[in-house]
Design a protein around this ligand. Structure first.
Ligand code: ATP
Ligand code: MG
Length: 437
């Protein structure tokens, strides 16, 4: 694993990026057949005599624009990339929408709401609190049924209610669960003779509706962005993308605008892409900075630029405090390997460390680090080592001004800093600490 002495052992992979890396390299046989053409009438797979052929392998030429929709347990992340170079497979990020809370657990929550409607919200809350192990068992049982749900399924899905559920209901309500199910009067939910809760396929589909609706809205919002005009492909990855209900919903909604592609074993697309990225980190050539980054510095006070409240005077010189010295601006395209260089002078030649605070903001026009929406995110420590020897007495040459050049890389998956002391030409230790603020 990585350690301060071997930092190169650890490489951070960005999920949507490595999912794209994986999808780009797919072969024809690794794609799930699209069923959009005959979607509503497709027979269940076991009755299909002549399975639909897999779609042709995605042909990602230079300038191809494609979206990766990562559907996880909690969130759905959408990223749009453009191929910049077919042979090297270099990618450029055009748009990013991360963390919409539309993951597969939204379906679990709908199931819980259904149980609350049948058995009472108060009872269900008590059950969850008093019988946590049985609650987990119930949700595990639901998970298996959720994974089997399909647009082409006609038979009901049975969910065993744990004994603790049935028992607690009887003790608190004085009635059987069967009574509650019957009283609920929903043809889609019944009590089976084997003592199971039986959901009709339509009821199961209903549980997916709100979450799937949120996902298509989130994709729609991304497609409305001007940078995403020429979208050609949409890759569905992540565990939730295994769901046939989700696949059909997305294909129905978007296959006229882009080719929707689901890789086989799509829940492992990110893991596999991360391995490919580790073997060749150069597959991504340009990234967009998510935030504006810079450090807080003192500048010579200029009354035409700087407000009076920021004026500080030291040894007779007027300075402006809290100036944001920006390195990259939000949404700026940064090529991997691009370096931002800045020079800093320690306040006194005897100084052994320089500490600069790193700030970030979603705004692009930050002037002072004290403005609203600007946050301190890290600290840059420059370890200057021992001070240079004092000049010999009676020396006529003025003492050198100590100057440290800091090089910061923003295009990698991490922000990295190196620094050189001009006086000695020696590398200075530069660490960015994002953790202890
Ligand atoms: N066939 C399926 N139908 C519906 N949901 C499924 C299916 N297979 C897996 N899931 C869901 O996928 C989720 C796991 O997917 P994944 O591993 O991509 O999530 P994650 O990366 O941990 O979540 P997140 O990205 O939100 O942090 C689980 O919530 C699981 O219920
Ligand atoms: Mg995930």
């Amino acid at each position: 694993m990585g350690s301060p002495s071997r930092p190169d052992q650890l490489l951070i992979a960005l999920e949507p990026e490595v999912a794209a890396v994986y999808c780009r390299r797919l072969k024809r046989h690794q794609l799930l057949p699209s069923s959009s053409s005959s979607s509503s009438s497709r027979p269940p797979p076991h009755l299909q005599e002549d399975p639909a052929p897999p779609p042709p392998s995605p042909d990602l030429d230079r300038d191809t624009v494609y979206a990766v929709v990562d559907c996880g347990g909690g969130t759905v992340d959408i990223t749009v990339h453009q191929m910049t170079d077919r042979t090297s497979g270099h990618l450029k990020e055009l748009h990013k929408a991360t963390g919409g809370p539309h993951g597969s657990t939204g379906v679990d929550e709908e199931f819980e709401r259904l149980l609350e409607r049948i058995f009472g919200a108060e009872f269900f809350t008590t059950f969850r609190r008093e019988r946590p192990a049985a609650y987990v068992d119930l949700m595990i049982a639901f998970e298996a049924r959720k994974r089997n749900a399909s647009p082409w399924r006609n038979s009901p899905l049975n969910i065993a209610l744990p004994f603790a559920f049935i028992d607690l209901f009887r003790r608190l309500k004085g009635k059987d669960v069967e009574w509650a199910v019957r009283k609920h009067q929903d043809a889609g939910v019944r009590w089976s003779s084997q003592g199971m809760l039986r959901l009709e396929p339509g009821t199961m589909k209903q549980l997916f509706v709100p979450t799937l609706g949120h996902i298509s809205q989130a994709i729609e919002a991304v497609l409305a962005s001007p940078q995403v005009r020429h979208l050609q492909y949409m890759f569905l990855v992540g565990g939730f993308a295994e769901s046939e209900l989700l696949q059909k919903h997305i294909r129905d909604a978007f296959s006229r605008r882009a080719r929707v592609i689901v890789p086989q074993g799509t829940s492992l697309a990110i893991l596999r892409g991360a391995v490919q990225f580790g073997l060749d980190p150069g597959v991504v050539s340009v990234r967009r900075s998510r935030l504006t980054y810079g450090v807080g510095v003192l500048n010579r006070f200029d009354p035409s630029l700087h407000p009076e409240v920021k004026r500080v005077t030291s040894s007779g010189v007027a300075w402006c405090a809290d100036v944001m010295d920006g390195f990259v601006v939000v949404d700026e395209s940064v090529a991997v390997g691009d370096v931002v260089e800045r020079s800093y002078t320690p306040a006194t030649p005897q100084q052994r460390t320089v500490i600069l605070h790193l700030y970030a903001s979603t705004r692009h026009d930050v002037q002072f680090v004290t403005e609203p929406g600007v946050e301190r995110v890290g600290t840059l420590h420059l370890d200057l080592g021992p001070p240079p020897p004092p000049p010999p007495p009676h020396s006529t040459t003025p003492p050198h001004k100590r100057e440290i050049s800091v090089h910061m890389k923003f295009g990698d998956t991490e922000v990295k800093a190196t620094a050189v002391d001009h006086l000695t030409q020696r590398c200075v230790r530069a660490d960015i600490d994002f953790l202890t603020l």
